[in-house]
Design a protein around this ligand. Structure first.
Ligand SMILES: C[S@@+](CC[C@H](N)C(=O)[O-])C[C@H]1O[C@@H](n2cnc3c(N)ncnc32)[C@H](O)[C@@H]1O
Length: 222
């Protein structure tokens, strides 16, 4: 797909992540990649949605770790999920093979991750019955969403590394696409991000962050 975009790095919980050569930023917290994904996106995101049938958007699909953990929970709880993952710079199979998720995730989730990695970009596929994955190669700042979402995983590189991803215009676009009662979760609790989310219309919960971060945000469309 692309040439080498990222190099591997071992995080504190034993799971690996990648470091982007373009942005000089890690794809996950160095204090624990799986720990961060489970805390921010699964526990405080998916865990807060009351529906059985859920549309999820992930901004910054990256390694597919959030998608795999979501698919694992969907299987356990018999949820029906349509998952839209957008990314401007999809990782190649060679880059994904640098990660250890195939051995450190529980085996059912590890095999979901492998399936998710093998799904082609821009061609929606069923990962298993009741879990449809659309991986779309698009630039978030230019993209015009067409689907309604219950839940947004906002997982861009940090505002200091990629400020254009964290602007009011992008959040407003997501706010409009969310169902009433919908949620956006992100690991970032920076003041400028809170301000941009509030101006876009969200009501914020400041929650305990994953290891190494004091806070994270959950933003509601109320
Ligand atoms: C923090 S990483 C995402 C980690 C990912 N959620 C995971 O579970 O591995 C940020 C991602 O944003 C993507 N990205 C950077 N600029 C983008 C843009 N303009 N539009 C969409 N995605 C972008 C990067 O390619 C990278 O995959």
């Amino acid at each position: 797909m692309n040439s080498i975009l990222a190099t591997p790095y071992q995080t504190a919980d034993g799971s690996s992540t990648l470091r982007s050569l373009k942005y000089g930023a890690y794809y996950h917290s160095v204090n624990g990649a799986i720990t961060e994904s489970e805390h921010v996106f699964i526990k405080y995101g998916l865990g807060a949605v009351q529906h059985q049938s859920i549309n999820i958007l992930e901004v910054g699909f990256g390694t597919g770790l959030n998608a795999a953990l979501t698919a694992g929970m969907a299987k356990n709880r018999e949820l029906e999920i349509t998952y839209y993952g957008i990314d401007l710079y999809p990782l190649s199979i060679d880059e994904l093979s640098l990660l250890n998720y195939g051995s450190v995730l529980p085996s059912a989730t590890a095999s979901l991750w492998k399936s998710i990695c093998s799904i082609p970009w821009n061609h929606p596929r069923e990962v298993f019955p009741r879990f449809i994955l659309h991986k779309q190669q698009v630039d978030f700042t230019q993209w015009q969403p067409s689907e309604p979402y219950h839940l947004v995983y906002f997982d861009a590189f940090a505002p200091d590394d990629q400020p254009e991803m964290w602007q009011f215009e992008g959040f407003k676009k997501l706010f409009r696409q969310l169902h009433q009662g919908g949620i956006l979760v992100t690991y970032c609790a920076k003041g400028t991000v809170k301000d941009a989310l509030r101006v876009a219309g969200f009501t914020l919960d400041r929650l305990q962050g994953p290891p190494g971060k004091r806070h994270m945000l959950r933003a509601w469309k109320r």
